[in-house]
Design a protein around this ligand. Structure first.
Ligand code: NAD
Length: 318
Protein backbone atom coordinates (compact mmCIF):
# COMPACT_ATOMS: atom_id res chain seq x y z
CA UNK A 1 0.00 0.00 0.00
CA UNK A 2 1.38 3.40 -1.00
CA UNK A 3 0.43 6.93 0.01
CA UNK A 4 -0.46 8.87 -3.14
CA UNK A 5 -1.39 12.53 -3.53
CA UNK A 6 -3.87 13.29 -6.32
CA UNK A 7 -4.13 17.02 -7.09
CA UNK A 8 -7.42 17.96 -8.75
CA UNK A 9 -8.81 14.73 -7.26
CA UNK A 10 -12.39 16.08 -7.11
CA UNK A 11 -12.40 16.81 -10.84
CA UNK A 12 -13.44 14.93 -13.93
CA UNK A 13 -10.30 12.81 -14.48
CA UNK A 14 -8.86 13.08 -10.94
CA UNK A 15 -11.92 11.53 -9.28
CA UNK A 16 -11.68 8.44 -11.54
CA UNK A 17 -7.99 8.15 -10.61
CA UNK A 18 -9.00 8.34 -6.94
CA UNK A 19 -11.61 5.56 -7.44
CA UNK A 20 -9.07 3.26 -9.05
CA UNK A 21 -6.34 3.92 -6.45
CA UNK A 22 -8.76 3.29 -3.58
CA UNK A 23 -9.91 0.06 -5.23
CA UNK A 24 -6.27 -1.04 -5.42
CA UNK A 25 -6.00 -0.46 -1.67
CA UNK A 26 -3.77 2.62 -1.61
CA UNK A 27 -3.90 5.52 0.83
CA UNK A 28 -5.13 8.48 -1.22
CA UNK A 29 -4.81 12.14 -0.32
CA UNK A 30 -6.86 14.49 -2.50
CA UNK A 31 -5.73 18.07 -2.98
CA UNK A 32 -8.48 20.20 -4.52
CA UNK A 33 -9.69 23.76 -3.94
CA UNK A 34 -13.07 22.99 -5.65
CA UNK A 35 -12.55 25.69 -8.22
CA UNK A 36 -14.06 23.33 -10.80
CA UNK A 37 -14.14 20.03 -8.92
CA UNK A 38 -17.27 18.67 -7.29
CA UNK A 39 -17.72 17.38 -3.79
CA UNK A 40 -20.12 14.71 -5.06
CA UNK A 41 -17.37 13.20 -7.24
CA UNK A 42 -15.58 12.03 -4.10
CA UNK A 43 -18.47 12.06 -1.59
CA UNK A 44 -18.58 8.26 -1.26
CA UNK A 45 -14.92 8.09 -0.35
CA UNK A 46 -15.27 10.87 2.20
CA UNK A 47 -18.28 9.16 3.75
CA UNK A 48 -16.48 5.81 3.92
CA UNK A 49 -13.23 7.50 5.05
CA UNK A 50 -11.31 5.81 2.21
CA UNK A 51 -9.48 9.05 1.30
CA UNK A 52 -8.21 12.17 3.04
CA UNK A 53 -9.14 15.56 1.64
CA UNK A 54 -6.86 18.61 1.74
CA UNK A 55 -8.91 21.49 0.27
CA UNK A 56 -5.91 23.71 -0.42
CA UNK A 57 -4.83 25.89 -3.34
CA UNK A 58 -1.67 24.59 -5.05
CA UNK A 59 -0.62 28.20 -5.66
CA UNK A 60 0.30 28.40 -1.97
CA UNK A 61 3.83 27.04 -1.53
CA UNK A 62 3.33 26.86 2.24
CA UNK A 63 0.13 24.84 2.03
CA UNK A 64 1.56 22.41 -0.54
CA UNK A 65 4.63 21.88 1.62
CA UNK A 66 2.44 21.42 4.72
CA UNK A 67 0.36 18.67 3.02
CA UNK A 68 3.47 16.81 1.80
CA UNK A 69 5.06 17.05 5.27
CA UNK A 70 1.85 15.81 6.91
CA UNK A 71 1.20 12.79 4.65
CA UNK A 72 4.69 11.83 3.44
CA UNK A 73 3.47 10.54 0.04
CA UNK A 74 5.50 8.21 -2.17
CA UNK A 75 3.78 9.06 -5.47
CA UNK A 76 2.04 12.15 -6.88
CA UNK A 77 -0.57 12.39 -9.60
CA UNK A 78 -0.91 16.05 -10.61
CA UNK A 79 -4.18 16.90 -12.40
CA UNK A 80 -5.11 20.29 -10.89
CA UNK A 81 -5.28 23.03 -13.50
CA UNK A 82 -7.33 25.87 -14.86
CA UNK A 83 -9.03 24.83 -18.10
CA UNK A 84 -9.10 26.60 -21.48
CA UNK A 85 -12.07 28.92 -21.01
CA UNK A 86 -11.10 30.12 -17.54
CA UNK A 87 -7.51 30.54 -18.70
CA UNK A 88 -8.78 33.01 -21.32
CA UNK A 89 -10.99 34.79 -18.79
CA UNK A 90 -8.46 34.85 -15.95
CA UNK A 91 -5.01 34.69 -17.57
CA UNK A 92 -3.10 35.66 -14.42
CA UNK A 93 -4.83 32.94 -12.46
CA UNK A 94 -3.98 30.42 -15.22
CA UNK A 95 -0.30 31.34 -14.96
CA UNK A 96 -0.46 31.06 -11.16
CA UNK A 97 -2.31 27.74 -11.03
CA UNK A 98 -0.82 25.94 -13.99
CA UNK A 99 2.78 27.14 -13.82
CA UNK A 100 3.44 28.33 -10.28
CA UNK A 101 1.19 25.63 -8.82
CA UNK A 102 3.04 22.97 -10.81
CA UNK A 103 6.38 24.36 -9.67
CA UNK A 104 5.21 24.13 -6.04
CA UNK A 105 4.25 20.48 -6.58
CA UNK A 106 7.64 19.74 -8.18
CA UNK A 107 9.54 21.49 -5.38
CA UNK A 108 7.65 19.60 -2.67
CA UNK A 109 8.15 16.34 -4.59
CA UNK A 110 11.90 16.93 -4.71
CA UNK A 111 12.04 17.92 -1.03
CA UNK A 112 10.06 14.88 0.12
CA UNK A 113 11.78 12.36 -2.18
CA UNK A 114 8.74 11.39 -4.22
CA UNK A 115 9.37 8.26 -6.33
CA UNK A 116 7.42 9.48 -9.35
CA UNK A 117 5.11 12.28 -10.45
CA UNK A 118 2.55 11.67 -13.20
CA UNK A 119 1.02 14.87 -14.56
CA UNK A 120 -1.58 16.23 -16.96
CA UNK A 121 -0.37 18.07 -20.03
CA UNK A 122 -2.73 18.48 -23.00
CA UNK A 123 -3.11 17.93 -26.74
CA UNK A 124 -3.45 21.74 -26.80
CA UNK A 125 0.35 21.86 -26.97
CA UNK A 126 0.06 20.65 -30.60
CA UNK A 127 -2.47 23.30 -31.67
CA UNK A 128 -4.00 22.83 -35.13
CA UNK A 129 -2.56 19.54 -36.45
CA UNK A 130 0.03 19.72 -39.22
CA UNK A 131 -0.53 16.00 -39.93
CA UNK A 132 -2.81 13.24 -38.67
CA UNK A 133 -2.82 11.20 -36.59
CA UNK A 134 -0.85 13.41 -34.21
CA UNK A 135 2.01 11.53 -32.57
CA UNK A 136 4.22 12.68 -29.70
CA UNK A 137 6.81 14.13 -32.13
CA UNK A 138 4.29 16.58 -33.64
CA UNK A 139 5.61 20.18 -33.30
CA UNK A 140 4.09 22.50 -30.70
CA UNK A 141 1.82 24.66 -32.82
CA UNK A 142 -0.18 26.04 -29.88
CA UNK A 143 -1.91 29.44 -30.02
CA UNK A 144 -3.73 29.49 -26.65
CA UNK A 145 -2.67 30.72 -23.22
CA UNK A 146 -3.83 27.42 -21.73
CA UNK A 147 -1.61 25.50 -24.17
CA UNK A 148 1.27 27.82 -23.31
CA UNK A 149 0.91 26.95 -19.61
CA UNK A 150 0.96 23.24 -20.50
CA UNK A 151 4.16 23.72 -22.54
CA UNK A 152 5.64 25.62 -19.58
CA UNK A 153 4.64 22.73 -17.28
CA UNK A 154 6.41 20.24 -19.52
CA UNK A 155 9.43 22.51 -19.68
CA UNK A 156 9.62 22.73 -15.88
CA UNK A 157 9.46 18.95 -15.67
CA UNK A 158 12.12 18.50 -18.38
CA UNK A 159 14.48 20.95 -16.69
CA UNK A 160 13.85 21.09 -12.95
CA UNK A 161 12.35 17.69 -12.13
CA UNK A 162 14.80 15.92 -14.46
CA UNK A 163 17.88 17.64 -13.07
CA UNK A 164 16.77 16.71 -9.53
CA UNK A 165 16.27 13.04 -10.46
CA UNK A 166 12.53 13.24 -9.94
CA UNK A 167 11.03 10.70 -12.36
CA UNK A 168 7.95 11.98 -14.21
CA UNK A 169 5.47 10.94 -16.87
CA UNK A 170 3.35 13.51 -18.75
CA UNK A 171 0.06 12.82 -20.48
CA UNK A 172 -1.10 14.85 -23.45
CA UNK A 173 -4.79 14.24 -23.08
CA UNK A 174 -7.05 14.66 -26.10
CA UNK A 175 -10.82 15.15 -25.41
CA UNK A 176 -11.51 13.52 -22.04
CA UNK A 177 -15.14 13.48 -21.00
CA UNK A 178 -17.41 11.96 -18.40
CA UNK A 179 -20.63 12.67 -16.56
CA UNK A 180 -18.48 14.09 -13.74
CA UNK A 181 -17.03 16.99 -15.72
CA UNK A 182 -17.81 20.58 -14.87
CA UNK A 183 -17.95 23.39 -17.36
CA UNK A 184 -14.51 24.60 -18.38
CA UNK A 185 -13.12 22.15 -20.91
CA UNK A 186 -13.82 24.01 -24.12
CA UNK A 187 -14.34 21.21 -26.61
CA UNK A 188 -16.08 18.59 -24.43
CA UNK A 189 -18.55 21.10 -22.95
CA UNK A 190 -20.79 20.23 -25.91
CA UNK A 191 -21.96 17.23 -23.88
CA UNK A 192 -23.55 19.27 -21.07
CA UNK A 193 -24.68 22.12 -23.32
CA UNK A 194 -26.32 19.91 -25.90
CA UNK A 195 -27.88 17.38 -23.54
CA UNK A 196 -29.43 20.19 -21.50
CA UNK A 197 -30.66 22.16 -24.47
CA UNK A 198 -32.15 19.18 -26.31
CA UNK A 199 -33.77 17.95 -23.09
CA UNK A 200 -35.39 21.35 -22.61
CA UNK A 201 -36.35 21.69 -26.32
CA UNK A 202 -34.01 24.66 -26.71
CA UNK A 203 -31.91 25.44 -29.76
CA UNK A 204 -28.29 24.31 -29.93
CA UNK A 205 -25.62 26.16 -31.87
CA UNK A 206 -23.19 24.46 -34.19
CA UNK A 207 -20.29 26.61 -35.33
CA UNK A 208 -19.39 25.75 -38.92
CA UNK A 209 -20.99 22.70 -40.51
CA UNK A 210 -20.41 20.27 -37.62
CA UNK A 211 -17.70 18.35 -39.45
CA UNK A 212 -15.08 19.36 -36.84
CA UNK A 213 -13.77 16.30 -35.04
CA UNK A 214 -12.94 15.35 -31.47
CA UNK A 215 -10.83 12.44 -30.26
CA UNK A 216 -12.99 11.39 -27.33
CA UNK A 217 -11.81 9.24 -24.42
CA UNK A 218 -13.78 8.49 -21.30
CA UNK A 219 -12.22 9.72 -18.03
CA UNK A 220 -12.25 6.14 -16.70
CA UNK A 221 -9.76 5.20 -19.43
CA UNK A 222 -7.62 8.32 -18.95
CA UNK A 223 -7.45 7.44 -15.25
CA UNK A 224 -6.36 3.91 -16.15
CA UNK A 225 -3.41 5.36 -18.07
CA UNK A 226 -2.36 7.21 -14.90
CA UNK A 227 -2.48 4.01 -12.87
CA UNK A 228 -0.38 2.17 -15.49
CA UNK A 229 2.25 4.94 -15.42
CA UNK A 230 2.33 5.38 -11.63
CA UNK A 231 3.22 1.75 -10.96
CA UNK A 232 5.54 0.98 -13.87
CA UNK A 233 9.07 1.72 -12.61
CA UNK A 234 10.57 1.32 -16.08
CA UNK A 235 8.59 4.22 -17.55
CA UNK A 236 9.98 7.63 -16.70
CA UNK A 237 10.78 10.96 -18.39
CA UNK A 238 8.26 10.15 -21.12
CA UNK A 239 5.25 11.87 -22.70
CA UNK A 240 2.23 9.97 -23.98
CA UNK A 241 -0.80 10.92 -26.03
CA UNK A 242 -3.98 9.76 -24.35
CA UNK A 243 -6.79 9.57 -26.87
CA UNK A 244 -8.83 6.94 -28.62
CA UNK A 245 -7.23 7.29 -32.05
CA UNK A 246 -10.78 7.66 -33.39
CA UNK A 247 -12.16 10.90 -34.83
CA UNK A 248 -15.78 11.72 -34.03
CA UNK A 249 -17.48 14.51 -35.96
CA UNK A 250 -19.59 16.89 -33.88
CA UNK A 251 -22.66 15.98 -35.94
CA UNK A 252 -21.99 12.28 -35.28
CA UNK A 253 -21.78 12.96 -31.54
CA UNK A 254 -25.02 14.91 -31.79
CA UNK A 255 -26.87 11.98 -33.34
CA UNK A 256 -25.61 9.63 -30.57
CA UNK A 257 -26.87 12.10 -27.94
CA UNK A 258 -30.22 12.38 -29.75
CA UNK A 259 -30.51 8.60 -29.85
CA UNK A 260 -30.09 8.17 -26.07
CA UNK A 261 -32.18 11.21 -25.20
CA UNK A 262 -34.89 10.04 -27.60
CA UNK A 263 -35.25 13.59 -28.92
CA UNK A 264 -34.19 15.58 -31.96
CA UNK A 265 -32.14 18.77 -31.63
CA UNK A 266 -33.19 22.14 -32.98
CA UNK A 267 -29.99 23.37 -34.62
CA UNK A 268 -28.79 26.86 -35.46
CA UNK A 269 -25.63 26.98 -37.60
CA UNK A 270 -23.21 29.89 -37.09
CA UNK A 271 -19.87 30.87 -38.63
CA UNK A 272 -17.06 28.98 -36.96
CA UNK A 273 -14.25 30.62 -35.01
CA UNK A 274 -11.08 30.29 -37.14
CA UNK A 275 -8.97 29.94 -33.96
CA UNK A 276 -10.61 26.68 -32.93
CA UNK A 277 -8.86 23.40 -33.66
CA UNK A 278 -10.77 21.71 -36.48
CA UNK A 279 -9.58 18.14 -36.16
CA UNK A 280 -8.31 16.02 -33.32
CA UNK A 281 -6.96 12.55 -33.94
CA UNK A 282 -4.22 11.02 -31.84
CA UNK A 283 -1.75 8.29 -32.44
CA UNK A 284 -1.77 6.28 -29.19
CA UNK A 285 0.75 3.68 -30.39
CA UNK A 286 3.35 4.77 -27.84
CA UNK A 287 0.95 4.45 -24.88
CA UNK A 288 -0.32 1.11 -26.22
CA UNK A 289 3.16 -0.30 -26.67
CA UNK A 290 4.98 1.01 -23.59
CA UNK A 291 2.15 1.29 -21.06
CA UNK A 292 -0.34 -1.30 -22.29
CA UNK A 293 -2.98 1.46 -22.54
CA UNK A 294 -6.18 0.45 -24.33
CA UNK A 295 -9.39 2.53 -24.22
CA UNK A 296 -12.29 0.36 -23.08
CA UNK A 297 -15.31 2.71 -23.33
CA UNK A 298 -16.22 3.88 -26.82
CA UNK A 299 -18.12 7.10 -27.61
CA UNK A 300 -21.43 5.28 -27.96
CA UNK A 301 -21.15 3.66 -24.51
CA UNK A 302 -19.67 6.77 -22.84
CA UNK A 303 -22.41 9.02 -24.23
CA UNK A 304 -25.08 6.55 -23.12
CA UNK A 305 -23.69 6.60 -19.55
CA UNK A 306 -23.59 10.40 -19.64
CA UNK A 307 -27.19 10.77 -20.79
CA UNK A 308 -28.51 8.13 -18.37
CA UNK A 309 -26.66 9.80 -15.48
CA UNK A 310 -28.23 13.16 -16.28
CA UNK A 311 -31.68 11.72 -16.78
CA UNK A 312 -31.48 9.91 -13.43
CA UNK A 313 -32.10 13.14 -11.55
CA UNK A 314 -28.85 14.97 -12.29
CA UNK A 315 -30.04 17.09 -15.20
CA UNK A 316 -29.96 20.30 -13.15
CA UNK A 317 -26.98 19.42 -11.02
CA UNK A 318 -24.09 20.51 -13.20
N1 NAD B 1 -10.81 17.05 -19.92
C1 NAD B 1 -10.04 17.20 -21.00
O1 NAD B 1 -10.50 17.03 -22.13
C2 NAD B 1 -8.58 17.56 -20.85
C3 NAD B 1 -7.83 17.68 -22.04
C4 NAD B 1 -6.49 18.01 -21.93
C5 NAD B 1 -5.91 18.19 -20.69
N2 NAD B 1 -6.66 18.08 -19.55
C6 NAD B 1 -5.99 18.29 -18.25
O2 NAD B 1 -6.31 17.22 -17.39
C7 NAD B 1 -6.37 17.69 -16.03
C8 NAD B 1 -7.69 17.28 -15.41
O3 NAD B 1 -8.75 17.81 -16.20
P1 NAD B 1 -10.26 17.57 -15.86
O4 NAD B 1 -11.00 17.36 -17.12
O5 NAD B 1 -10.38 16.57 -14.77
O6 NAD B 1 -10.65 19.01 -15.33
P2 NAD B 1 -11.35 19.44 -13.96
O7 NAD B 1 -11.53 20.91 -14.01
O8 NAD B 1 -12.56 18.59 -13.73
O9 NAD B 1 -10.24 19.04 -12.89
C9 NAD B 1 -9.27 19.97 -12.42
C10 NAD B 1 -9.36 20.00 -10.92
O10 NAD B 1 -8.34 20.87 -10.41
C11 NAD B 1 -8.89 21.63 -9.35
N3 NAD B 1 -8.13 22.86 -9.21
C12 NAD B 1 -8.11 23.91 -10.07
N4 NAD B 1 -7.30 24.88 -9.60
C13 NAD B 1 -6.78 24.42 -8.43
C14 NAD B 1 -5.87 24.98 -7.47
N5 NAD B 1 -5.33 26.19 -7.65
N6 NAD B 1 -5.55 24.25 -6.36
C15 NAD B 1 -6.13 23.02 -6.17
N7 NAD B 1 -7.00 22.46 -7.04
C16 NAD B 1 -7.31 23.14 -8.17
C17 NAD B 1 -10.34 21.87 -9.75
O11 NAD B 1 -11.18 22.21 -8.68
C18 NAD B 1 -10.69 20.54 -10.41
O12 NAD B 1 -11.24 19.63 -9.48
C19 NAD B 1 -6.13 19.19 -16.10
O13 NAD B 1 -4.76 19.43 -15.83
C20 NAD B 1 -6.46 19.54 -17.54
O14 NAD B 1 -5.77 20.68 -17.97
C21 NAD B 1 -7.98 17.76 -19.61
Amino acid sequence: MKTIIVTGGAGNIGSFIVDQLVELGHKVVVIDNFYNGKYKNIANHLKNKTIELEPIDIVSEEMVSYVFEKHKPELVCHQASLMIMDSNKFPQRAIDTNIRGTFNIIQASIKYNIKKIVFASSASVYGEPMYLPVDENHPFNNRTLYGATKIAKESLMNAWAYSHNLPFVGFRYFNIYSERQGLGAFYTQVFQKWIHAIYEDKEITIYGDGSQTLDLVHSYDAAKANILALFNDDIKYEYFNIGSGVETKLIELLSIIEKYLGKKAKIRFETSDPHLVKRRCSSIKKAETLLGFKPSIDVEEGTKRYVIHLLEGNINAL
